[in-house]
Design a protein around this ligand. Structure first.
Ligand SMILES: *Cc1c(COP(=O)(O)O)cnc(C)c1O
Length: 355
């Protein structure tokens, strides 16, 4: 559909930082590859993207990103298999969601080939940065923000689309105890909760700090209106297993349409696991914890794929989850990562080879 852009200019870094990197001890998102993709929106259109050396950005103090927060991003990963083939996981979904987020924040949408061809040009230049150790990957961060100037509270007339990458080790958060939130909200009807907008994260940090002070690692967001429904786990979608049924809430204005979430739903269904997409009440989860039918809870998102929850707090009481031998969390995580890394067949057509 979209033409390949052959005229992506590539300006190579004079030196490489790769020899300074300890690929056996990578944290998450701390070292950055040699290059980045840069694309500017000016004079009413997106200009051809360029691959340039990873570098700082100079902005005017009046740039609208600083004042009005027009900023959206994506998170995705590239993997290298044993034969050095490079793979992405459902990248078109990230592209589409970036534009859905942009539209909500009055940011001009990107052409598909600028995203897809730009990303592949960047990965071609920095392919040596894709780690191969078990569980590691090249984390990819595409983002768009308002670089145009002026204190007037209106959309900017200039934007930057950038893709940076960071070789990252496996993202293991350990045992996660979560607090079911009764006061603060991540999102509201008619708001921007469905968009991957930077400001959504800013609004989460303070309530999360309060939860951490109380001894939890994450917040379970509930609906802004009644706080009676469980919606997301930090910046991940949430799944609850009651008896043998896997349940997750329906996406909405308030719940982000996660690619990991929808992959888990499809995969679980195809493996014969009963799946329900419906609203989850806090009271049914508390009840299930009390009567022993609550088997698992986990978060789902690109960074960790699946992050198991070991217990939760609600109204001054703590509830522990059982420590099962065979969990849906471990099974589904392995199935998904095997597909992502070309260790298993991909009947869904999710894997995308970078050529
Ligand atoms: C990014 C994100 C997710 C997970 O989306 P994936 O596409 O699976 O990475 C879930 N919830 C929120 C709020 C997010 O920002």
């Amino acid at each position: 559909m979209s033409a390949i852009i052959n005229d992506i200019e590539i300006i190579k870094a004079k030196t490489t930082k790769i020899n300074d990197v300890d690929f056996d001890n990578l944290k998450f998102g701390h070292v950055f590859s040699d290059h980045m993709l840069e694309c500017n929106y000016e004079n009413g259109k997106w200009q051809t993207p360029k691959v340039v050396p990873y570098q700082g950005i100079t902005l005017d103090p009046s740039a609208k990103i600083f004042h009005y927060g027009q900023s959206v991003f994506e998170g995705m990963k590239a993997y290298k298999d044993a034969d050095k083939n490079v793979w992405l996981f459902r990248p078109l979904e990230n592209f589409k969601r970036l534009n859905i987020s942009s539209k909500r924040l009055a940011i001009p949408e990107l052409p598909e080939n600028y995203f897809m061809d730009g990303l592949q040009a960047l990965l071609e230049v920095d392919k040596d940065w894709i780690p191969t150790n078990e569980g590691s990957s090249l984390y990819i961060r595409p983002f768009v923000f308002a670089s145009g100037n002026g204190f007037h509270a209106s959309p900017a007339d200039a934007y930057k689309f950038i893709i940076c990458t960071a070789p990252s080790g496996s993202y293991f958060a350990g045992d996660v105890k979560v607090l079911i939130e009764e006061k603060y909200s991540r999102s509201a009807n008619g708001g921007v909760g469905f968009a991957k907008a930077g400001g959504n994260y800013a609004g989460q940090f303070y309530p999360t700090q309060l939860a951490i002070e109380k001894g939890y690692q994450q917040v379970i967001w509930t609906d802004d209106n009644t706080h009676e429904y469980i919606e997301e786990a930090g910046a991940m979608n949430i799944f609850v297993r009651i008896n043998d049924t896997l349940i997750t809430g329906p996406t909405s204005d308030r719940i982000l349409d996660g690619i990991t979430r929808k992959s888990i739903i499809e995969l679980a269904k195809s493996e014969g696991i009963p799946v329900e997409v419906r609203k989850i009440t806090v009271s049914e989860v508390v009840e299930a914890a009390k009567n022993g039918s609550l088997k698992e809870m986990f978060g789902a998102g690109t960074a960790a794929v699946i992050s198991p929850i070991s217990g939760f707090g609600y109204k001054e009481a703590d509830y522990d989850l059982p420590q099962l031998e065979d969990t849906y969390a471990a099974y589904l995580k392995k199935r998904i990562t095997d597909i992502q890394t070309n260790k298993a067949e991909d009947p869904f057509g999710w894997r995308f080879q970078v050529k």
